[in-house]
Design a binder for this molecule. Structure first.
Ligand code: NI
Length: 143
């Protein structure tokens, strides 16, 4: 970890302190690191399509909308190679929240995420991309 000194005006410092209070960051450094990580994720979204990534895709939909629940599930089966896991939350009598963890090449993950959140009846769609190193981790299963 490197230590840097930055200069910010009162307004921006107020923003950082507000975030600390609202989100409960332990320090200004932690808040600023998170802001930088958000920027990093946005940059990754615009990056090399072949890069490996993991993403959290979230969206809200009405399960009663004609055929929508079936189409969303069907799309995830069709892209089972990208779909790691999906959590389904029944928000109320009508609406459902789904959070899908996707893993694959950036371009494929983004295209799949876009195809889900642009379905009619799906709203508040958000794809949170996390770029990962391409190498295997020691806890990956042996092949
Ligand atoms: Ni539901």
């Amino acid at each position: 970890m490197q230590r840097i000194t930055i200069s910010v005006d009162e307004e921006l410092l107020g923003l950082v302190d507000g975030l600390c209070a609202r989100r409960g960051y332990a320090s200004r450094s932690e808040a600023i690191r998170d802001i930088l990580r958000e920027t990093q994720a946005r940059e990754a979204a615009a990056g090399d399509g072949d890069a490996p990534c993991v993403a959290a895709l979230s969206y809200v939909y009405e399960h009663g909308t004609r055929d929508l629940a079936r189409r969303l599930t069907s799309a995830q089966h069709h892209h089972h190679d990208l779909s790691v896991a999906t959590m389904h939350v029944h928000l109320d009598r009508e609406e459902c929240l789904e959070v899908a963890v996707l893993k694959g090449r950036l371009s494929e993950v983004r295209a799949f995420g876009d195809s889900l959140v642009t379905q009619r009846g799906v709203r508040l769609g958000h794809l949170h991309l996390v770029r990962v190193a391409g190498h295997r981790h020691s806890h990956d299963p042996q092949r």
